[in-house]
Write a protein that binds this ligand. Structure first.
Ligand code: GSH
Length: 225
């Protein structure tokens, strides 16, 4: 069975939990407390030398990087288009997420909301995060709202892993002091993703009652796609 090393409040981990829930795949969840350094132990570093979550264990083979994990999990499902250009467009927005979106929006939330004293520790970075984060939100707004009638999703006219990648940190952008007031198309898209059947919120965990030891197993078992 798949096993996910994840931190509950981590947007990158949430991407993977959301994808597993949307595709109704069973998995074991292992909570890694990055604030207590559980991701920097020799045991964890032996699994992922970067010392980061999320990390997916597929029958003993380990896969890091949230968007690589999404790509693996999406194979054969409706969340990864077959058409080569649609597929490439999906990847395009996932690269955008990592290069232009996550560094500002996720970093601001992490340091301003999640790390005690983070605002003081990283005062000199706040302006850059705001500039980069708002630049990314403007790109998203232009893409979604830019053509007549607007686009409902980022690629292939349907919900793909590009949307899942971008949704994870955008829907909590306000926790990093960003306002979405000036981004109506982005807000509409967030609502569409949240209304998707099988959608789960960031605090969702698999059924703890089924948990042997520390991990928790998720159901249901059948795969949708
Ligand atoms: N590019 C990586 C970033 C992973 C990442 O930054 N994870 C954070 C949590 S969201 C983490 O593990 N931070 C702890 C650390 O770097 O020590 C991905 O998308 O998976």
């Amino acid at each position: 069975m798949l096993k996910l090393y994840s931190t509950q409040s981590s947007g990158n981990s949430y991407k993977v939990r959301l994808m597993l829930a949307l595709t109704a795949r069973p998995f074991l969840l292992e909570e890694v407390d990055i604030f207590a350094g559980e991701n920097r132990t020799p045991e964890f570093l032996a699994m992922n030398p970067e010392g980061r979550v999320p990390l997916l264990d597929v029958d003993g083979r380990l896969l890091a990087e949230s968007n690589a994990i999404l790509f693996y999990l999406a194979e054969g499902t409706r969340f990864l288009p077959d058409d080569p250009l649609d597929r490439a467009e999906t990847l395009r927005w996932m690269f955008f997420e990592q290069n232009s979106h996550e560094p500002g929006i996720a970093a601001a939330r992490f340091w301003l909301r999640q790390v005690r004293g983070g605002r003081d520790l990283r005062t000199h970075d706040v302006d850059r995060w705001m500039e980069e984060g708002y630049a990314a939100l403007k790109v998203m707004e232009r893409h979604l709202g830019g053509q007549a009638g607007g686009r409902h999703y980022f690629a292939a006219d349907r919900l793909t892993i590009a949307d899942i990648a971008l949704y994870a940190h955008t829907h909590v952008a306000e926790e990093g002091d960003f306002s979405l007031a000036a981004f109506p198309a982005v807000r509409g898209w967030l609502e569409r993703v949240a209304a998707e059947p099988g959608h789960v919120t960031m605090d969702w965990r698999p059924d703890l009652a089924a948990a042997p030891g520390k991990g928790a197993a998720a159901g249901p078992v059948e795969q949708r796609g």
